[in-house]
Ligand binder design. Structure first.
Ligand SMILES: Nc1ncnc2c1ncn2[C@@H]1O[C@H](COP(=O)(O)OP(=O)(O)OP(=O)(O)O)[C@@H](O)[C@H]1O
Length: 351
């Protein structure tokens, strides 16, 4: 269903939770639509779990409201629990009982008769791709298989929404791809709405239709990844990474840096560990950059413009929020900006 016509299936307004002096969630306004995969992205302690607990009716908000399918998560928590399945980071099963028996037991706990539960268990093991291991003890399952069994378990009660905590962490790349595909299908084919909570940019980027970026209890950005990227660019984020050469000489000189910084709009220049140059600007100055390099007889080996991938978005928004948040920011002692991402992205020098 197109979002334009659908009503949000998850809606929060001014949702807040304090634990003593700690504001774990601050005035969260969120709308998630049927069939969407929404990623709650944030570092440890950002408030993702607290948000999830409030949606599941497991903890009461200090103020504000959360509703699922029109039902208030606090006042009508029983009805909400019937519609929402929760897949925790570590799914608990009876290890000495087969995967199939675990599911049957779960179905019976949810009010199904044994035969009905057994039939559904078989269908779901097939659906999630572990029918071949149905008669093996759950304790012998790999993490990827346990996650699949966990999804089958959640599906036993025919939920409309599944909330998942770090569903692919600790799973190898091939297993992650397969699990991602399964989760995608649950949204696309079965129309389930899926909320994924994670601090892993790559997991969220690979799977989500939209993301909400959480920092210190606040959702500081929300939207499709490409929308967030476009928003950042419209606010002035243009990133150029390039490699240059000139007669084999050391190019990373003061004169070189000064000439790049002379281009209007350049805010930062750095050299990455792989020797490439990283320039951030608040406007598109690629043509001037290329001209300047060519005028000075540099040979450009490669150049690409970025600024729209989730890592950059996350880092940017996170830095912005930290600047606005003042003290307790994650900035390092020397005042340089904290950087997310992998080693290859680390800058050797930042100016
Ligand atoms: N029961 C509690 N009592 C006191 N403080 C809590 C409690 N639960 C969470 N907090 C605090 O609330 C804030 C948000 O925590 P929360 O667990 O929601 O974050 P998170 O984004 O889920 O982090 P993680 O990825 O580490 O699970 C943190 O500062 C945390 O210490």
């Amino acid at each position: 269903m197109s979002r334009a016509y659908a009503k949000p299936i998850i809606r929060t307004s001014g949702l807040s939770k304090n634990y003593g002096d700690v504001q774990a969630v601050k005035k969260l306004n969120l709308e998630i639509y049927p069939g969407e995969i929404f990623g709650l992205l944030g570092p440890n302690g950002a408030g993702k779990t607290t948000t999830t607990l409030m949606l599941l009716g497991l903890t009461d908000p200090t103020s504000g409201h959360a509703a699922i399918d029109g039902k208030d998560c606090t006042r009508n928590s029983l009805a909400v629990k019937n519609e929402v399945g929760y897949l925790p980071d570590k799914v608990g099963f009876y290890p000495s009982v087969t995967g199939r028996e675990n599911l049957i037991f779960s179905g019976m706990m949810n009010g199904l008769a044994r035969e009905e539960a057994a039939q559904r268990a078989d269908e779901l093991m097939e659906r999630v791709g572990i029918a071949y291991a149905g008669d093996r003890k759950a304790g012998t399952y790999s993490r990827g298989m346990r996650q699949r069994l966990g999804i089958a378990d959640v599906l036993m009660k025919k939920p409309k929404i599944i909330i998942m905590d770090e569903p692919t962490s600790g799973i190898d790349p091939q297993g992650t791809r397969e699990l991602t595909k399964l989760i995608r299908e649950l949204a696309d084919k079965d129309g389930l709405t899926i909320l994924i909570s994670s601090h892993d940019l790559y997991q969220i980027q690979a799977i989500s239709d939209r993301v909400g970026i959480f920092v210190k209890g606040k959702m500081i950005a929300c939207g499709r990844i490409d929308e967030l990227g476009a928003q950042l660019r419209s606010e002035g984020l243009y990133i150029f990474d390039f490699k240059v050469e000139r007669n084999g000489e050391n190019i990373w000189t003061d004169a070189f840096q000064k000439s790049i910084r002379s281009i209007p709009g350049v805010k930062l220049i750095g050299k990455k560990v792989d020797g490439s140059i990283h320039v951030e600007a608040n406007r598109d100055m690629q043509k001037e950059l290329v001209r300047l390099l060519a005028d000075q007889d540099y040979v450009i080996r490669e150049m690409h413009q970025s600024g729209g991938d989730l890592e950059e978005i996350y880092r940017r928004y996170f830095e912005q929020a930290e600047k606005e948040g003042g003290e307790n920011s994650g900035s390092s002692k020397d005042g340089k900006q904290r950087r997310f991402g992998r080693n290859k992205e680390q800058l050797e020098k930042i100016h």
